[in-house]
Design a protein around this ligand. Sequence first.
Ligand SMILES: [Zn+2]
Length: 185
Amino acid sequence: MDLLWTDFLNSVWRDWRGTGKPPEDRLGQRDWQTRFLNKWELQAPVPAGPDELKALVRLRTFLQQLTEKLAAGEQIDQADVDGLNAFLKQTPVIRTIIKGENGKGWRLKSVAAQQGWAQVMDAVVTSFIQTAIEGNPERIKICENKDCLWVFYDNTRNRSKRYCDDKTCGNLIKVRKFRERQKTE
Ligand SMILES: [Zn+2]
């Protein structure tokens, strides 16, 4: 399952088939930025400026570290929370009351007071916090295909998902293991 923050982290593309192609960082690419903003209904000028890009990379590196920790079954600690708070402090928020889900009732919505990439980063951090702090950090996974390393949210009932996609990575590893077994037999 794709979430705003997993999509953000997966801006580093790796060739999951293991052809040895070097990873490609798409974060700075116009196409990637446009697709990402459209998908999550966010607005920012494309392409991001050099300083904005630097800040985006810094955020991605930080969240990637936390993700690796959580995927390894470790807990978030005070230093991690301090790091997240530091990002949150950069963007003041405006709160508004909006219609609830399916038009029922009302709910409080916080939106970043700043526009553009600052707002995008705030949305990424908020999305991460919803999963890792308020939600189910044990569902944060990194694809076990070492050539892929895609970050995903495991929404299966018993949290048994090991690969980002059973049809691609899951199948590839299954076939590879099968061939290895055949060789040894
Ligand atoms: Zn994968």
